[in-house]
Write a protein that binds this ligand. Structure first.
Ligand code: 5GP
Length: 298
């Protein structure tokens, strides 16, 4: 007798497919940014239910910095693995061979030049840390943002920011000259000029962006390989002290920024790495190391 197949919940199935695709995209972007080691992803794929297991071996290899289409084909043919295989479907032997390859690759591959985004809550000291990096690590390039706010005493146009008016900022946005842009603290607009970043990456050199969280999210969308670093205060009280202590904002503005800071702190899990700003030199050094520079370059 012919039995009818059970009814398929198409909506649920397509939702599950979208979620699985997203989970795979996240794994790939974590590999690309250096946040996840390929060898750890391979190990995680032993769990058949994991996102890593459902990743095709071709997609997996392509996510690794410096491995392109041609290299992927060669590696798979050397290892005797069909390109359509998923990580979870690899045989024992294939798994061992791939792990061996990844181990060798990791040891021999150069540090990857990338965009490093430094974000964090207001008043955490991003500006101070990036200033320290600028002064002590001249090999690190820091992107110069455009902003519609007026220069503060001592700030130099073209060094601290490109100070522009609203009209010029609108023009830059319309001409797609900004990699990201956002209105910060409900007041002024800030944006990262795209061309210097691209020029820098073409030279295989890393660049540091010190921007707010809205901007960081836009960069991550556009450049999943960017490494996202979140600067944390040693404690909430310390953050309040810093904001009130610097005395540059009115009490109302301080209140507004503190409530923004609470929301911003909640975003930390979206980042690849967290650095606590308990000492500026140490935080700076950690960030420089996350950029792939070795300390002896200092
Ligand atoms: P300030 O006006 O104190 O120099 O900076 C205010 C805020 O704007 C800081 O949180 C800083 O990270 C952020 N910011 C500076 N440049 C940019 C930028 O290019 N893009 C975005 N999204 N935020 C920026």
């Amino acid at each position: 007798m012919n039995q009818k197949p059970p009814p398929v919940d198409r909506v649920a199935a397509s939702r599950a497919a979208v979620a699985a695709r997203r989970a795979r995209a996240l794994v790939k972007s974590r590999i690309a940014s250096g946040a996840a080691r390929p060898i750890d992803v391979l190990a995680a794929s032993e769990d058949r239910e994991s996102a890593a297991a459902s990743l095709r071996v071709t997609q997996f290899l392509r996510a690794i910095p410096h491995i392109g289409i041609t290299k992927t084909e060669r590696i798979l043919s050397d290892l005797g693995i069909a390109p359509v295989k998923r990580l979870g479907g690899l045989g024992r032997n294939q798994r061992v061979k791939l792990a061996e390859f990844l181990d060798t690759w990791e040891k021999s591959s150069p540090d990857v030049p990338r965009v490093i985004v430094l974000a964090g809550p207001t008043a955490v000291g991003k500006g101070t840390v990036s200033q320290y990096i600028r002064e002590n690590f001249p090999q690190v390039q820091i992107s110069i943002s455009a902003t519609t706010r007026k220069p503060r005493p001592g700030e130099v146009d073209g060094k601290d920011y490109y100070f522009v008016d609203d009209e010029e900022f609108d023009r830059m946005v319309a001409a797609n000259e900004l990699l990201e842009h956002a209105t910060v603290h409900n007041s002024f607009r800030y944006g990262t000029p795209r061309a210097p970043i691209e020029a820098r990456l073409e030279q295989q050199e890393p660049v540091l962006l010190e921007i707010d969280i809205q901007g960081a999210r836009q960069v991550r969308e556009q450049m999943p390989e960017a490494r996202m670093v979140f600067l944390l205060p040693p404690s909430w009280d310390e953050l309040v002290n810093r904001l009130v202590g610097r005395g540059t904002e009115s009490p109302e503005e301080q209140e507004r920024r503190l409530s923004t800071a609470k929301v911003e702190l909640a975003a930390q899990d979206e980042f690849d790495a967290r650095v606590v700003n308990d000492s500026v030199p140490q935080a700076a050094q950690k960030i420089v190391r996350l950029m792939g520079f070795r300390e002896d370059l200092n």
